[in-house]
Unconditional design. Structure first.
Length: 380
């Protein structure tokens, strides 16, 4: 009878064990499935740069974009990342210490997700392997190990690189950005960035240095943490037809460029951030969007004061600003709910008439309606 009594407990633990294993497996499959491909670009001793290998085959337009970003033999970042259409790609440039026909190469991975630290680590592993072997199937073997098992060895008999490691959690990638430094750099004008992101307006960011451009751009979605959407970023755009066409129908995006002529392309943005000059300016056609009221000024002063506080850090600022944002959204939802209750549930969307009944200023009316639209709370 004791055996019979222990059987349900055994079955319970067995069920829980299977559940944990299944959950882990799903997580592994999801993270490995984020990878979409691996490629090589090589520079030979004659200075020619060629796309030499890909797995699987890569779309021509994406290949052309990546080739344009490749900086082999030029001054540029050893590691960079960018976003084209729905694909994130990550590049690592490697110079060979003892070159033969090939003097340098770039290894690239394409993925669905934004996670620079995770993919830089993977690229370093693939880059070292190719430096040692100069044999693409070795890279493919390691890549397929990550796809099928979720890990590969950093070196023979060494530690594992695992896509499920906690240090590569996507939220860590999101917060690994200097929001405090960004607010301190732009000061009171940081409120313009906040408003543009909150209302899903288009932003263009310019810097003469790619490293500083990437550092600033990856921090911007932190202003609207409640959305946790880094796919709005297109960090390194060249002003060429194929790249600009891919952005035409996308609203609420952030476009980065190291080309100073982007400032003259006001059709691309509502707000322009010049990292090199430390300035933020609205495009002429969007001036009305950035007319600030009392609420904006309060939030602006709050951001500046918090960022200047020696006891604050990026995470505390993210949290405090998110609370302010959620209060604004909660007030809009309460207004919608109040109207719905007074009209027997006849409406569940915010209207301009509802805002006007509160006798807010025109600037605040435009802002709140824009916020409601961005959050899906307004009438279409």
């Amino acid at each position: 009878s004791a055996a019979k009594e222990s059987q349900p407990m055994f079955m319970f633990h067995m069920h829980m064990h299977v559940h944990v294993m299944f959950t882990h497996l799903l997580s592994l499959v999801k993270m490995a499935a984020d990878l979409q491909g691996v490629s090589l670009i090589e520079k030979d001793k004659n200075g020619d740069i060629l796309w030499t290998w890909s797995f699987p085959t890569i779309e021509d337009s994406l290949r052309d974009v990546i080739m344009r970003k490749c900086t082999l033999g030029e001054a540029g970042a050893d590691f960079m990342y960018n976003h084209f259409k729905s694909t994130w790609y990550y590049l690592l440039n490697v110079l060979l210490d003892d070159p033969n026909d090939v003097v340098a190469f770039t290894v690239i991975v394409q993925a669905k997700d934004f996670n620079p630290e995770k993919y830089k680590e993977l690229l370093c592993i693939l880059g070292k392997e190719y430096s040692d072997s100069m044999f693409p199937p070795k890279i493919l073997q390691m890549y397929m190990s990550v796809i099928s098992k979720g890990w590969c060895l950093k070196e023979p008999g060494g530690e594992r690189f695992s896509v499920t490691a906690k240090i590569y959690d996507k939220r860590r990638a999101f917060i690994a950005s200097p929001l405090k430094a960004i607010i301190n750099k732009f000061g009171i004008e940081s409120i313009l960035i906040y408003v543009a992101l909150l209302l899903k307006k288009r932003i263009a960011v310019y810097s003469s240095q790619l490293d500083s451009l990437l550092q600033v751009i990856r921090a911007l979605p932190l202003f609207v943490w409640h959305r946790q959407n880094w796919d709005i970023l297109y960090p390194h755009v060249d002003l060429v037809e194929v790249e600009l066409e891919s952005l035409e129908l996308r609203s609420g995006i952030v476009i980065g460029s190291i080309d100073p002529s982007i400032e003259g392309h006001t059709e691309l943005y509502d707000l322009f951030i010049n990292v090199s000059a430390g300035t933020v300016n609205a495009a002429p056609h969007a001036k009305d969007t950035f007319v600030l009221g009392k609420v904006h000024k309060e939030i602006a002063l709050f951001m500046v004061k918090t960022a200047e506080d020696n006891n604050s850090n990026d995470q505390s600022i993210i949290k405090d600003l998110s609370v302010k944002t959620r209060e604004l959204i909660a007030n809009l939802k309460a207004l919608v709910q109040e109207k719905a209750e007074s009209s027997d549930g006849a409406t569940s969307r915010l209207t301009l008439d509802m805002l006007r009944s509160r006798k807010v200023t025109p600037a605040m009316e435009n802002f709140l309606y824009g916020l409601a639209s961005a959050e899906g709370l307004s009438e279409l």
